[in-house]
Design a protein around this ligand. Structure first.
Ligand code: BG6
Ligand code: MG
Length: 218
């Protein structure tokens, strides 16, 4: 039986995936990489330094950047991103997610956060949601990021549950791969074609309720 939920943050709870996209778009322009919808999609769920490397690899100038250059670029992206999220409020919770989190809590489910973002604790505070979660996996302590299963394995451990008792919620292909690899039930929010390896698919957060999940699990 399902006893808990492990949530991705950006694009699942918070409407922040577009801000990551905007700030990586600026980085791509700066390093001379052509920004495409496919590149944008492939960066979802990917850690800061790995995202930067993918942007460099997608262009013709990857070899022109030293480790020090990369750190400056990543720092600049994070600075731009933090400007964009500095005004976040409860209104930036994606449709239906506050109600879903509240109803899951009321029904006795345990919840944790499995976000690749080092900004996750601050964002949850801005959204007023921190107290709903048993814990937040610290991405700084991971040996491998999504699509590796490690982060969702850790998210189940935080809940003190077995993988079969956990549903992981994700908006990225890398995240769904991580959930599947961890042996949990994967719930995808977004484009079914991109997220076809998920166990359960939803078009938007507004459709995610305890009732609709139960209906799809049958
Ligand atoms: C993930 C986002 O949640 O966090 C990625 O989907 C982002 O786009 C990653 O790169 C790392 O975030 P941060 O805030 O630590 O740079
Ligand atoms: Mg996400």
């Amino acid at each position: 039986d399902i006893k808990g939920f492990a949530f991705d943050l950006d694009g699942v709870i918070a409407d922040t995936a577009r801000f990551h996209g905007e700030s990586w778009h600026q980085t791509a322009d700066e390093v001379g990489t052509n920004w495409t919808p496919e590149l944008a999609e492939s960066l979802k769920g990917i850690s800061r330094m790995a995202s930067l490397q993918m942007i460099l690899d997608a262009g013709d100038h990857a070899d022109d950047f030293s480790q020090a250059d990369k750190e400056v670029l990543a720092e600049k992206k994070n600075h731009n991103y933090q400007q964009l999220i500095s005004m976040l409020t409860e209104a930036d919770i994606l449709p239906g997610m506050k109600a879903f989190i509240q109803s899951a809590k009321a029904a006795g489910y345990k919840m944790s956060v499995a976000s690749a973002s080092k900004n996750a604790p601050m964002i949850l505070d801005h959204l007023g949601l921190t107290s709903y979660f048993v814990g937040i996996v610290d991405p700084g302590t991971l040996t491998k990021g999504k699509p590796d299963p490690e982060i969702f394995v850790r998210a189940a451990r935080v809940l003190n549950l077995d993988s079969e008792q956990v549903i992981g919620l994700e908006d990225s292909a890398a995240g769904i791969a991580s959930i599947n690899g961890a042996g949990e039930t994967s719930l995808a929010i977004g484009n079914v074609t991109v997220l076809r390896s998920a166990d359960l698919n939803f078009n938007s957060t507004a459709e995610v309720t305890l009732t609709s999940i139960e209906a799809k699990m049958k």
